[in-house]
Design a protein around this ligand. Structure first.
Ligand SMILES: NC(=O)N[C@@H](CC(=O)O)C(=O)O
Ligand SMILES: [Zn+2]
Ligand SMILES: [Zn+2]
Length: 439
C-alpha cells in the first residue's frame, strides 16, 4: 500500500527541513520526501496548507493501569493520545501496584499491544513500591522494555539513594526522571505560595520546594557523570539552575507542561480543583522565565503530564481533591495557539520539543522523518479553529482548566507505522468504535 501526501509543509528539525514537500509512505515506512513526486500506483492526497511533522511524543503521561482504571486505562489513554496528535507516549509508573518490576513492565507493554494504536513506553519505578527506600530491579525492567525510571508523584527524597540510582541507571544508559519536590517544604501545600495562597487561606507550596531538589539533582548528576531529566519544571529559579548546569556541561534535560506555560495561580481563584496540579501553577514571572527557557533551549521538551482523575475525586473540597490535569488532548492546540501563533517559539522548535528531543532523551524510535524510518507522522491543520470541550475528550479524565478555550491549530491525522489511527473527519465513527482506520 502506497500513500502519497502532496504539497504539505514538512517540518523535521533533525534534518533541518521546513519546506513544502511530498511525502510517500510505503507500507510501514517513509519511502521518500521530495518535490514533485509522481507515483503511479499510490493513493494521492493533496495536503496544501497542512503541516506534516514527525509523530509527536509525550514523554510524561499517567494512563493509570493497572489499578486506577476509573481514572483512565491504557486503551482510553492511547485513544486520547492519538486524538491529541501523539504517536507515542511514555507512561509513569505510579499505578497500583506501581510498575517496579519486570513482570509489570511486560504486562503494560502487552496490554498496549492488544490495541495496535500508538506506541506506549513504560517508565519503571526507581524504588520498590515507590516508597523511596530500596532501589527497584532497574536492570531487569530495562530488559523488558522500560525506557526510563521515575518515582513521579513522589520525589526521590533520599540523596544517597538518588546518587546510587543515577549510577545504576547509567550502566544501562537510561535516564532518571525526577519529580523535584522537597516534601518538608511542600508539606500540606495546595497551591503556589504567594498572593493566592494568602488570599484563599490555603497552605502554599514555595518555589524553593522544587528548586532545592533541582539543585541537588544537577549536583548529583555532575558528581556521578550521569543523566538526569527534571519533570514538569515550574519556577524561574529552576530554569536558572538548569541553564547554569547545562552551561557547565552537566547532562541535565527537562520538560515543561502546557499549563505551566500559560496559566497562573489566579486560575484557582474560585477553588477550582481543575487547576489544582503538582507542581502548582505559579506566577507571570515564572511563565516568562519558562518561555525564555523554551526559546533558548534550556527547556528541552513539552510534556502534558496528563493526569486524569474522576469527576467525584475532583468534586471534593479543594484540600481533598487530587492534583492533576487531563492534558493530552489539549497540549498541541495550546502550544500552537498560545506559543507558535504568537511567535514565541517556531513550529520547528515545537517539533523539537514535542518529538525530536523526547525521542533522543528516551532513546526511542521516531522524532524525525527520514527515508526508511517507520512512518510515525502527525498531520496538523494550523488553521482549524476549535473549542475545548471536555465532554468530547476520549480520556476518562475530564479535569481540564481549559474547557471553553478557543484554539486555532489541531492534529487532524495521527499515523503510526503507516497506519492511520486517528482522523479528524472520521471522528464520530472513531469515537463510537474506538477502531483505527488503515490507509
Ligand atoms: N501532576 C500531578 O498533579 N499529578 C500526577 C503526579 C505527578 O505528576 O507528580 C498524578 O499522578 O496525578
Ligand atoms: Zn510529578
Ligand atoms: Zn506526572
Amino acid at each position: 500500500m502506497k500513500k502519497l501526501f502532496k504539497n504539505a509543509r514538512v517540518i523535521d528539525p533533525f534534518q533541518g527541513i521546513d519546506d513544502i514537500f511530498d511525502l510517500l509512505i510505503e507500507g510501514e515506512k517513509i519511502a521518500a520526501i521530495d518535490v514533485n513526486l509522481t507515483i503511479s500506483d499510490a493513493d494521492v492526497e493533496d495536503l496544501s496548507g497542512k503541516i506534516i511533522t514527525p509523530g509527536l511524543i509525550d514523554m510524561h503521561v499517567h494512563f493509570r493501569e493497572p489499578g486506577f482504571e476509573k481514572k483512565e486505562d491504557i486503551k482510553t489513554g492511547m485513544l486520547a493520545a492519538a486524538k491529541g496528535g501523539f504517536t507515542a507516549v511514555a507512561c509513569m509508573p505510579n499505578t497500583n501496584p506501581p510498575l517496579d518490576n519486570p513482570y509489570l513492565i511486560k504486562y503494560v507493554i502487552d496490554r498496549a499491544k492488544e490495541y495496535d494504536l500508538i506506541r506506549l513506553y513504560p517508565i519503571g519505578c526507581v524504588t520498590k513500591g515507590r516508597l523511596g527506600q530500596e532501589l527497584s530491579e532497574i536492570g531487569k525492567m530495562c530488559e523488558q522494555g522500560a525506557v526510563a525510571f521515575s518515582d513521579d508523584g513522589n520525589p526521590i527524597s533520599n540523596g544517597a539513594l538518588m546518587r546510587r540510582a543515577l549510577q545504576y541507571a547509567k550502566g544501562f544508559d537510561k535516564v532518571i526522571i525526577d519529580h523535584c519536590e522537597d516534601l518538608s517544604l511542600s508539606e500540606g501545600g495546595q497551591i503556589n505560595e504567594g498572593y493566592m495562597s494568602f488570599k484563599l487561606g490555603l497552605t502554599g507550596i514555595p518555589s524553593s520546594a522544587e528548586e532545592i531538589m533541582v539543585a541537588r539533582d544537577v549536583i548529583l548528576a555532575k558528581e556521578t557523570n550521569s543523566k538526569i531529566h527534571i519533570a514538569h519544571v515550574s519556577t524561574k529559579g529552576s530554569v536558572e539552575i538548569i541553564r547554569r548546569a547545562k552551561e557547565s556541561g552537566i547532562n541535565v534535560t527537562c520538560e515543561v507542561t502546557p499549563h505551566h506555560l500559560i496559566l497562573t495561580e489566579d486560575m484557582v481563584e474560585e477553588y477550582n480543583t481543575f487547576a489544582k496540579v503538582n507542581p502548582p501553577l505559579r506566577t507571570l514571572e515564572d511563565i516568562e522565565a519558562l518561555l525564555e527557557g523554551l526559546r533558548d533551549g534550556t527547556i528541552d521538551c513539552i510534556a502534558s503530564d496528563h493526569a486524569p482523575h474522576t469527576k467525584e475525586e475532583k468534586e471534593m473540597e479543594f484540600e481533598y481533591a487530587p492534583f492533576g490535569i487531563s492534558g493530552i488532548e489539549t497540549s498541541l492546540g495550546i502550544i500552537i495557539d498560545r506559543l507558535v501563533s504568537k511567535g514565541i517559539i517556531s513550529y520547528a522548535q515545537m517539533v523539537e520539543k514535542m518529538s525530536l528531543n523526547p525521542a533522543k532523551i528516551l532513546n526511542i524510535n521516531g522524532g524525525r522523518l527520514k527515508k526508511g524510518d517507520y512512518a510515525d507522522i502527525t498531520i496538523i491543520d494550523p488553521d482549524l479553529e476549535w473549542v475545548v470541550n471536555n465532554k468530547e475528550f476520549l480520556s476518562k479524565g475530564k479535569n481540564t482548566p481549559f474547557n471553553g478555550y478557543k484554539l486555532k491549530g489541531k492534529a487532524i491525522r495521527t499515523i503510526v507505522r503507516g497506519k492511520e489511527i486517528y482522523r479528524e473527519d472520521y471522528y464520530e465513527s472513531f469515537v463510537s468504535t474506538g477502531r483505527r482506520f488503515g490507509i
